[in-house]
Design a protein around this ligand. Structure first.
Ligand code: SF4
Ligand code: MG
Length: 309
């Protein structure tokens, strides 16, 4: 029987002590284990940044790709082998900066994959410059001046782009993150899990203490579970455009709640045909035999050539 340790590797981990990435790594390994997935049935793709090292530390198939390019490569793998469980990981700079176009494009397709973003508001690997999610006016410790550009809201973009599962969790709440990741992986379609991640080396504002609300007049955790307020982000009837739009609207509104109180959990979820389903509608053989298992030899393409003459 599979054990949790089989998802770990012996590769040396050089993340900074206390980095929130450790919580995300543990949650990914635990989620895969609890879903009873075999390591050879899973592939993890990363871009460049501290998070980019994740595939080295998880004993599944893995691909450490280029800056901002994890999603197109994960897309290719999923299209070639629909039987794979595909997880892409990346930082906020990697995914929402240089990879922003791919982030939007992947959501539009509703391909069945999970994208986990380690969101710390800085480019950690390159010494803490402001990333796309750092709010305007903040100055973390390696910046000379406060940021003069607006921070983006990844959840609102994901809902608008077409992701059919959009959630937020916290790197230091491994139990919550693990459960959200399990739901995201089980979801059939494009899933974004934006993980609030502490970077103790470069982000001295959104720290573990800040998330615990130690600076508030009445000390209380900033993070709360959105479902505890009666919120339900799951669409019951995806062919009901009114319901879909209402659920998208409430997800976007709640995703902007930031300050003394910050919601975590599943903001939006909707079962819709995946990109793979739509391809299979045109090519029934696509789902019967994954492309990777189809022979590329012994094919009669005469009729194709004749149609071109
Ligand atoms: Fe973690 Fe920040 Fe260190 Fe990168 S720089 S490993 S994100 S603490
Ligand atoms: Mg970052």
């Amino acid at each position: 029987m599979l054990e949790l340790k089989e998802f770990r590797t012996k590769v040396h981990n050089d993340w900074c002590p206390g980095c929130g990435d450790f919580g995300i790594l543990n949650a990914i390994q635990m989620a895969l284990f609890e879903l009873k997935l075999e390591p050879h049935d899973v592939a993890i793709f990363s871009g460049i940044g501290c998070s980019g090292k994740t595939p080295h530390f998880v004993n599944t198939y893995g691909f450490h790709t280029l800056h901002g390019r994890s999603l197109p490569i994960a897309t290719g793998a999923k299209l070639a082998n629909t039987a794979l469980t595909v997880v892409a990981v990346g930082g906020d700079g990697d995914g929402f900066g240089i990879g922003a176009g791919h982030f939007v494009g992947a959501g539009r397709r509703n391909l069945d994959f999970t994208y986990v973003v380690y969101d710390n508001g800085v480019y950690g690997l390159t010494k803490g410059q402001a990333s796309p999610t750092l709010p305007k006016g903040l100055k973390t410790k390696s910046m000379s001046f406060p940021s003069i550009v607006e921070g983006i809201n990844p959840l609102a973009i994901a809902v608008s782009a077409g992701y059919t599962f959009v959630a937020r969790s916290y790197a230091l709440d491994v139990r919550h993150l693990k459960e959200v990741l399990k739901s995201a992986i089980l979801h059939k379609g494009s899933a974004l899990v934006d993980v609030l991640q502490t970077c103790p080396t470069y982000n001295d504002i959104n720290t573990k203490e800040w998330y615990s609300g130690s600076d508030l007049p009445t000390k209380a955790p900033r993070l709360y579970k959105i479902e505890d307020t009666g919120y339900d982000g799951t669409v019951k009837n995806s062919s009901d455009a009114k319901e879909v739009n209402e659920k998208k609207g409430q997800a976007i509104i709640r995703s902007f709640e930031w300050g003394d109180k910050i919601p975590i959990g599943i903001f939006y979820r909707c079962e819709e045909p995946t990109f793979e389903d739509l391809i299979a509608n045109r090519m029934p053989a696509y789902k019967q035999v994954p492309l990777v298992k189809q022979s590329i030899y012994d094919r009669d393409v005469t009729s194709l050539f004749e149609s071109l003459t």
